[in-house]
Design a protein. Structure first.
Length: 242
């Protein structure tokens, strides 16, 4: 088995331990294939298909997520049992692989399972997150995982989500950050320009930076555990998503 990892942003891909040489696909030293997709479901699905064409026989949606469950702090590792689309569709993650990753990390990192919601647009404020939590019960939200899950299900491949919570349920994302994000990276010039237009965004941005460091450390811990490497898991039920 060769795992193919879809990361929306270059910064997320860097936590795998090898600097991205391109948007992908490329191989890191343990043989895992990585593609940096950019944000959103369409881009993530295209990256997932490119990874399969490059030889991946299992898919991972990797990176950061927004917290919806108020009890979860930044840095919590989300290993969801299932992913939900904003339209209500549900796809599962691979049980045995998920359990193996969780077991490798449980003694050192907080783990959340449950459901992950994928939306077409970012939920950037606390009120929106609270509404999504009430409506779906999902513990966290991202913009890519369901699309990767669909590709995996269509091809009959094992699928896993590894997401670290960066902004918590009570956090609202600064407008400058939202405006500067996209195309696989945060545009620093746009971020500076946004802060010049809205200097009050600087205070929440500093708090977000602290949470970002916690999320980055958690993703790096998953990478160091070796649980994503080829042949690191046994697919007990063939290639079915369970």
């Amino acid at each position: 088995m060769s795992a193919g990892v879809v990361a929306a942003l270059m910064a997320e891909a860097r936590t795998l331990g090898s600097p991205p040489r391109a948007r992908g696909p490329f191989a890191i030293p343990d043989g895992t294939l990585v593609a940096v997709s950019g944000m959103g479901g369409v881009a993530a699905a295209a990256a997932a298909r490119a990874l399969i064409d490059a030889g991946a026989t299992a898919l991972v949606s990797w990176g950061m997520a927004g917290g919806l469950d108020p009890s979860l702090p930044a840095g919590t590792i989300c290993l969801p049992v299932s992913v939900l689309s904003s339209g209500g569709a549900t796809l599962g993650t691979h049980h045995h692989w998920r359990e193996a990753v969780g077991a490798a990390l449980a003694a050192r990192r907080r783990i959340a399972d449950g459901k992950l919601l994928t939306t077409g647009v970012a939920i950037h404020d606390a009120a929106g997150k609270a509404a999504a939590f009430r409506a779906t019960g999902a513990v966290a939200v991202d913009m890519e995982s369901f699309a990767v899950a669909e590709v995996a299900a269509t091809r009959g491949l094992p699928f896993l989500v590894v997401r670290a919570i960066v902004d918590t349920a009570s956090d609202s994302l600064p407008g400058a950050v939202l405006a500067a994000s996209g195309a696989g990276q945060v545009n620093i010039l746009r971020l500076i320009q946004g802060l010049m237009r809205s200097p009050l965004d600087l205070v929440p941005l500093m708090g977000l930076a602290k949470r970002y460091r916690a999320a980055t450390r958690s993703l790096a811990a998953v990478a160091r555990s070796g649980s994503l490497a080829p042949l690191a898991f046994a697919v007990a039920s063939g290639n079915r998503i369970t």
